[in-house]
Design a protein around this ligand. Sequence first.
Ligand SMILES: Cc1cc2nc3c(=O)[nH]c(=O)nc-3n(C[C@H](O)[C@H](O)[C@H](O)COP(=O)(O)O)c2cc1C
Length: 399
Amino acid sequence: MLSKHKILIGITGGIALYKACEVIRLLKKEGAQVKAVLSTGAEEFARPLLFSALTGEKTYTNSDFFSAGSMPHIELANWAEAILILPATASFLSKLRCGQASELLLALLLATRAPVYLFPSMNTVMLEHPATQENLKVLRSYGYLIYEPAEGELACGEIGKGRLPEPLEILEVIKAHFKPKDFFGKKVLITGGPTREYIDEVRFITNASSGKTAYLLVKEAYFRGAEVFLLWGHKEFPYELPKLNYFSDIPYPKIITTLTTQEMFDQARAIFPEVDIGIFAGAPCDFKPKSSHTGKLKKREPLTLELELTPDIAKGLSKIKDKQITIGFALEEREKLLTYALSKKAEKDFNLLIANPLETAGADTSDYLILGPVFQEEFKNLSKEKLATLVFDLIGRLS
Ligand SMILES: Cc1cc2nc3c(=O)[nH]c(=O)nc-3n(C[C@H](O)[C@H](O)[C@H](O)COP(=O)(O)O)c2cc1C
């Protein structure tokens, strides 16, 4: 995902710098080139060798600032495509706010044209101090991208705001950074997860869909700047999405839980006329008990359930389809994949239909058959994350 991107990590003297090690490891795994620069405070906590071993590159310290015959602050400032300061200490933020260039990391930040993300991390009282808050406000006005610290247990033992976010969340911020914002201004409706059809107040029929594809589609749309509405069949949304509130115009996805197929349909009908793109990646139950019992059924004798059809969401919406581009999914037996995919695409008036074989349900990678208006293409062993990118690339070509 981050293949060959040049990312510079500036590490300052906060206790959370141990998390920078994991961030570097994750970035390297994604194919990025990473260089680390330590502030003078960070040098008190860790030796450069640790970061050199993780990056596979020389780690810079302040002793490199005045080395003869080179200007590392300019070279590094020009090398980086993006710079992350993690953790960013209170002391470092105050020096940066004043435009100090008294050490290598500060000087290179003053000299760079690359976007700079600051991840403040400190004790809650230090964070809430008017001086720190004022520094953050001024730094934001200078164009620094400031990521809100997380809440939770802090290294000092207190509980409050000031934690460095977890490495996986930081990785998502970088992934979002390198995505084109080509869906900015577009509204996207996505359905995801299985619905439930209740037999009584505690028992229900459902299916094994995890909703992971829908989550990855939501993430892709959000990272590419779209306003996203997710109709989510599960009770809770178990995934974390970073808050891109430093891009003030990209709204955080609206996640609406809809337990039954009828609820999902009603919500979809209300939102669909407002959107540009509808993606039906949910797994709504196709059948529901004809009658649902109040309370809990007693276990006395065998129970026969009579099932009836639930509304077909995509088909129902195809009747009110106007300007929208619609994308459907089909999980079918491998031998019948093409036949079913063709008929489903036509029946539901989809612009794109993504079909995958039954035996890959729940797996992280799958073979996919994608049918477009004038093309039909097979993809072997594609990860769900790559599929999400491909879907939006294809939508981009349609619109
Ligand atoms: C054990 C220890 C942990 C520290 N953790 C933090 C921290 O999490 N955040 C912070 O802003 N300062 C923290 N400090 C204070 C900084 O290390 C100190 O202000 C230092 O001068 C910062 O150097 P820098 O400006 O190069 O970042 C800590 C200090 C110690 C001794």
